[in-house]
Write a protein that binds this ligand. Structure first.
Ligand code: ATM
Length: 244
């Protein structure tokens, strides 16, 4: 396919399939732009993901590269609108399967409109939560079938998988206290201690099973201590992190 054909595929991919996204990536390679890296932060309530995402973005940006900090559910206007449906309202407002489908509707929009375009122009993307949150919250925590989630991962995420996932871990009780202290009182915070303990176990299991993609981070220290651990892990796994 020549560059014009690839450009057409790129445009079509905005409405399209994972293969459309792959074609779009091919078009970007033809233009010779080095693809950026995709880093996600995961973990339960109050583990400090947002703070660490901002710190990491600062470190990554010191070399002058573009860094995009984003979050899920949300990160694009459409996905932020879906977020409102997901995080507020009655606890039982959605079944785990409906919730997973809404998460994936939001995720697809976020990938198409924010994550893929940023990676294609060479930016590094730091995302607060991504697919592992769906596995933990809707899968292990809620009971949505793992085959459904695996199919969604294949068809909706395709090869837009994170290059590195930092799984932040701390005692569930401490994290929940932190989340409550800062006034987080949405549907998920209200689900009870046993649910949140299951989430913690699910995240640890993901980090162990997918050790090539994931690093487990002890999130119990100060923001500086946790930040230092994160920077050590990022530089070890992605040697181009410091730039150059
Ligand atoms: P944050 O609080 O990290 O912004 O996330 C909003 C909620 O969305 C979070 N729970 N709380 N509080 C976890 C939940 N969530 C899921 O249940 N599944 C997902 O796939 C994602 C991305 C988030």
């Amino acid at each position: 396919m020549d560059v014009r054909g690839l450009e057409a595929a790129r445009a079509a991919a905005l409405n399209g399939s994972p293969s459309g996204l792959a074609l779009r990536r091919e078009a970007d390679n033809v233009r010779g732009v080095a693809r950026g890296r995709f880093i996600t932060l995961e973990g339960g309530e109050g583990v400090g993901k947002s703070t660490q995402a901002r710190r990491l973005a600062h470190w990554l940006g010191r070399s002058g590269r573009e860094v995009v900090v984003t979050r899920e559910p949300g990160g694009s206007p459409g996905a932020e609108a879906v977020r409102e449906l997901l995080v507020y309202g009655e606890i039982e407002r959605w079944s785990p399967i409906s919730e997973a489908l809404l998460m994936y509707a939001a995720r697809r929009d976020h990938i198409e409109r924010v994550i893929e375009p940023a990676l294609a122009r060479g930016a590094w993307v730091v995302c607060d939560r991504f697919l592992d949150s769906t596995r933990a919250y809707q899968g292990d925590g809620g009971g949505a079938p793992s085959e459904l989630l695996a199919a969604l991962e294949t068809h909706i995420i395709g090869d837009c998988m994170p290059d590195l996932t930092l799984v932040m871990d701390m005692e569930t009780e401490v994290g929940l206290e932190r989340a409550t202290a800062r006034g987080d009182t949405g549907r998920f915070e209200a689900k009870g201690a046993a649910y949140h303990e299951r989430l913690r176990e699910a995240f640890i299991e993901i980090a162990i099973t997918e050790f090539k993609r994931c690093v487990l981070v002890d999130a119990s220290g100060s923001a500086e201590q946790v930040g230092a651990q994160i920077w050590a892990a990022v530089s070890a796994r992605l040697p181009d992190a410091a730039g150059g």
